[in-house]
Design a protein around this ligand. Structure first.
Ligand SMILES: [Zn+2]
Ligand SMILES: [Zn+2]
Length: 395
């Protein structure tokens, strides 16, 4: 499994990291239920003599290597999805209806690998690397729980990664600025007046209104968002009615809005509310829009992106400037607190994230481990050179 783009230490770890990834893959656990995953991560870290840090988390693990400041955090997410696996792999999920279809098993194994590499160099570390194995990313809740536990306190910068099926192994997608989208949800409740299907004039048809709202919403991206800005509006659920010959009382639409720019996000929401209310009024019905606030955009620190790019080159990896993804990622929550960098690691997979046949090339495991460890060390030496906050002398 060795890969000529990784350091000798990382290449030596490749077999072990593959075993770890496959054990996680076989035993997926959903968001907030990652109890066995938590136990496994602790045992892998403790076997290498890595110390646990005590933060109140029900699932997930925080551990540390080195001492003192600066503190650099490395984050991996650990949860799986409610999807029935269809890969046919010998190490496929043994849990019906659950699968690591986003590759968080890969992220976890890569961070364990980075921990092993950093532990080997602990004596030379001029600061602390805090390892964050975060629960419940898929529900966009875990990052917030980690922040509330206090595990981000004192952190100077945070790094995280996601596997990327459309990038080849050995590449690292690094860019400053927006990388992943704000992912808001919406529910539109259209209220009309029911009647016999043969006597529509006696009612106000919410199905007709909902159909017009779905169509009119699509004008927002084409008419209210600049051609060089990005937004997506997808209506993904339409619910109404109980019988073929009855005009129902109401119709409900669900879906998601994806944006990168906060101003575009505000504008899309404002137009969305106007379009829903205006179309409903035109058909003598009413529409109430409820917003489900998702994670903000993943917005990368330019300085950290440069630092990571240099480290990727030193490791003889191929840094590339990636196309941003309209998917959401709760890593964004950390970036609201401290400077952060989220990168894509090429895994050359057959299918996109969340597909039942999702898989990845495990040769990317030592690449990711090497990159995380190297970037943490580079960040520590970078920030250790900065003038210290006098308060820290007394800690
Ligand atoms: Zn996912
Ligand atoms: Zn994911």
């Amino acid at each position: 499994m060795s890969n000529d783009t990784t350091t000798r230490s990382a290449a030596a770890l490749a077999g072990r990291l593959t075993d770890i990834r496959r054990e996680l893959h076989r035993n997926p656990e959903l968001s907030h239920e990652e109890f066995e995953t938590t136990r496994r991560i602790k045992s892998w870290l403790e076997a290498a003599g890595i110390r646990m840090a005590d933060y109140p988390l029900k699932t997930g693990v925080i551990a540390e290597i080195g001492t003192g400041s600066p503190v650099i955090a490395l984050r991996a997410d650990i949860d799986a999805l409610p999807i029935q696996e269809e890969t046919g792999l010998p190490f496929a999920s043994i849990v019906p209806g659950k699968m690591h279809a986003c590759g968080h098993d890969f992220h976890t194994a890569a961070l364990v690998g980075a921990a092993y590499l950093l532990k080997e160099q602990e004596q030379e570390l001029k600061g602390t690397v805090r390892l964050i194995f975060q629960p419940a990313e898929e529900k966009a809740k875990g990052a917030r729980q980690v922040i509330e536990s206090g595990a981000l306190e004192g952190v100077r910068a945070i790094f995280g990664l996601h596997n990327k099926p459309d990038l080849p192994v050995g590449t690292i997608g690094i860019k400053g600025g927006p990388l992943m989208a704000a992912a808001d949800g919406f529910v539109v409740e259209v209220a009309g007046r029911g009647s016999h299907a043969a006597v529509p004039e006696a009612g106000n048809d919410p199905v007709l209104t909902a159909a017009h709202i779905v169509t009119a919403l699509q004008s927002i991206v084409s008419r209210n968002v600049g051609a060089l800005d990005s937004a997506v509006i997808s209506v993904t659920k339409v619910n109404s009615g109980t019988a073929w010959n009855v005009i129902p009382e109401k119709a409900v639409l669900d879906g998601t809005v994806r944006t990168f720019d906060p101003a575009v996000r505000r504008r899309v929401r404002q137009r969305f509310d106007q379009v829903a209310a205006g179309v409903a009024a035109a058909f003598d019905t009413t529409a109430v829009v409820r917003w489900i606030e998702g994670p903000p955009p993943v917005y990368n620190d330019e300085g950290l992106a440069e630092l990571a790019w240099r480290e990727a080159e030193r490791l003889k990896l191929l840094p590339v400037s990636p196309v941003p993804s309209l998917a959401g990622e709760d890593f964004a929550a950390y970036q609201q607190q401290v400077p952060g960098l989220f990168v894509f690691v090429g895994t050359d997979g057959p299918k996109e994230w969340h597909h039942p046949a999702f898989d990845l090339d495990e040769r990317a495991l030592p690449v990711a481990a090497d990159f995380l460890a190297g970037t943490a060390i580079r960040a520590i030496s970078n920030f250790a050179a900065e003038p210290q906050d006098p308060k820290e002398d007394f800690q």
